[in-house]
Design a protein around this ligand. Sequence first.
Ligand code: ADP
Ligand code: MG
Length: 729
Amino acid sequence: MSTSRFNALDTILSREEVHAKAPAKTVSEFFGCNVFGDEAMKKHLTADTFKAVKAAITNGTKIDRNTADQVAAAMRSWASERGATHYSHWFQPLTGTTAEKHDSFFTLSPSGSVIEEFKGGSLVQQEPDASSFPNGGIRSTFEARGYTAWDPSSPAFIMESGNCLTLCIPTIFISYTGEALDYKAPLLKSQQYLEKAAVAVCQYFDKNVTHVATTLGWEQEYFLVDEALFNARQDLVLTGRTLLSRVPPKGQQLDDHYFGSIPDRVLQYMYDLEIECHKLAIPVRTRHNEVAPGQYELAPMFEEVNVAVDHNQLLMDVMDKVARRHRLRVLLHEKPFAGVNGSGKHNNWSMSTNTGKNLLSPGDTPRRNMQFLTFFVNTIKALHDHADLLRATVASASNDHRLGANEAPPAIVSAFIGDTLSALLDELETKDEKSFLEEGAKADLKLDIHKKIPDLMLDNTDRNRTSPFAFTGNKFEIRMVGSQQNCASPMTVMNTIVGAQLNAFHTEIDALIKSGMKKDTAILSVLKRLIKESKNIRFEGDGYSDEWKDEAKSRGLSNLPNTPDALTAFISQKSLDLFAKANVMTPIESEARYEIALHDYVKRLQIEGRVMADMCNLQILPPAIKYMNTLLENTKHLAKLGLPMEAQMGLITEINTHINGMRKATTEMTYQRKLANEITDTGEQAVAYCNKVKGDYFDIIREHADQLEALVDDTLWILPKYREMLFIR
Ligand code: ADP
Ligand code: MG
C-alpha cells in the first residue's frame, strides 16, 4: 500500500528511451562531442592557429586579432555543423549561478543579404547589460558597464536545451574599471600565483618542472524529489529547502540507503545525466546513494582547477535540466530536509607538475619524498595561518545548516592527516635535522615514505569523516564546501594561501643557502619549524565531539558557526593584504565580495521568513482549524450521549495551544523582520536576521507547525510530507 496521498507521476523514461538519446553506443565514441576541444580545433584550425591557441592555454600568451578571427570562424562552422544557431558568452557572476546572453550567428550584410558570421571581436569581448548583477558597490549605477572576456583555457561547448543548441564561450566578467565581478577572474589569477611559487620551490628538487597546475576533483551530493510533490511545496520552490515538516518515523537510522540499490527511476535519471555530461566532456565516473533517503552523489575524474570549476557549474545546470525530463527535481540546497543529512561538495585539491607528478603524492625516492613533505607541510602551515579565510569562502545561509550544526563537518577548521604522517611529522619535529640526514644516508632514508605506503592506505580506508580538511593519501579533501556553492571561491583561497606560504618558504631557504647551509639541511630545518608552528591546526579525533569544541578553544582556533561572523575574515587586514600582495584581488574587490555575500545572506533569510509565515497562515492553520472543528462537533454529540471525551478534549487543547503558539511566533517574527529591514548597515542587518529573526523564531515556529502535522487528520493535510518526498519508488 502506498504511504502517499499523492499520485506518483508515471513518466519514467525507459532505459531504451534514454539509451536511444546517446549519440553512440560507447562513451568513447561520443565523449566530448559537444566540446570545441583539441580534436575539433585540429580539424577546423590551421596548424599555426592551433599552435597559437595552445600556447595561450598553457603559457597565457595573448591571442592576436587575426588569430581570434580564425578561431571564431572555426568555432562557428563547427557549431553550425552540429546545429547551433546562437552563441553566448558564458560566465559566473557572483549570484552563484551561471549567466548567458544569446546572440544569433545570423546577421544582415550591408547589401541586405542574410549571412551567418561570428567574428573574433565577438569571441574575445562582449558587453552584457550588467546593471542587475551583484557588484558590491564597485559599479555605481551610472557606470553600469561590465565586460565578459574570453578564457581560452576553458574550451567552448554546445549547450543543448530541447531543440535549441547554443555555442557557449567560457569567459571572465569584469567591470569597466577592471575589477572582477565573477568567480573566475580571481581563480585564474590565483592559479598563476600558485604556479609561480610552486615552480620555484620545485626547482630545489627537480629542474625539469616548469609548470604546476592545481587539480580539483569535486564530489557532488544532491537530493531528488518527485516534481509534483516539489511543486506543492512553496518552500522548496522558493527557498530550496523545507522550512517546515516532521522528520518521518523512519529516516536514515537504519543506514539502509547508503550505497544501497538505486531505484529504477533514479537510475534512468543518472544514466541520462551521464550521457549529457559525457557529451560535454565532464568526466563523471561514480554514482551512488548517499546517507539520507533520497540523497545521491556523483563524482568525476579530477581535472585542472579552472576546467573542473566550469564543469561543476555546468553540471549543476545540466542536472536540473535532465531532472525535469524525468519529472523529478534536483535539490542542490545544503539542507533540504531537517533531521537527515545535508549535502556537501567535497573539493579534492592537489598540485601537479608538467612532468606528471602529483606534488602531494609520497614518492618512491627520498628526493621525491622530501619534495612531498615540503608541499605537504607548507599546505598545512598555510591552512594554519588562514583557516578563517577558507571558512569564510564556504559561509552561506544554507551551508550554516551543515557547518556547526551537529553535522558533517564542524565549523572549526582543522586538518586530519592520519597516523603515519602524524608520526612522521612528530619525529621530524623532535629530531635534529642533521641526524635525520645522516641516518638517512646510512640506511634507507627515514623519509622514504614509500615503504610506509601500506600504512597510509590503511589510514585512508578508515579515515576520519568528521574532519573538514583531510589528507586522503595524495590530495587534501576540503569537506566544508556546500553542495550548491561555486568551488572557485575555496579554490582561489587554497591557491593563494599555499602560494603565499611557498613564497615565504622559498625566500627563507634561499637565504639559508646563501649563508652557507646545505640545501637539505636548510629545507629540513625550516620544515621542522613549520611543523611546530602549525601543530595547533592538526586534529585526529572526533570533530563532532564537545571535547573538541573545548580543546579547539584552548588551542585558540576559531569556531564560527554563523555566516555573518564567518564572513568577516574576508575583510580582515591580513586577508586584504594577502590577496592584494598576490595580485588576486584588490581590497576593493575583497570588500565587494564581503558585501555581496552579506546581502545574499540577508535576502535568503528574508525570503525564508516570508515563505514560512505564508505557509503557516495559509497551509498549516486552515487544516488545523478544520480538524479542530470536527473534534468540537464530535464533542457536542458525545456530550448529548453522555459519553467520555477526554481524548477529543485533549486533542482540541493541544491543537489550540500550537495554533496560538505558532500564530504568536509568526507575528513576532514578521515584526522583527520589518525592524531588521530598516537597518542600513549590511553587517548589522545580517546579524539581526541571524539572531533576531532566524535564531529567535524559526525553530519555535517550526516546532509548533510540526506538532500540528503530528496531530491533524492526514487526509486534511495540504503539504506533502517527508515520508512522501524522501522515498522515490
Ligand atoms: P573517495 O573519496 O570516494 O574514496 P577517491 O579518493 O578515489 O574517492 O577520489 C575522490 C575524488 O578525488 C574524485 O573526484 C577524484 O577525481 C579526486 N582526486 C583524485 N586524485 C586527485 C588529485 N590528484 N587532485 C585532485 N583531485 C583528485
Ligand atoms: Mg570524499
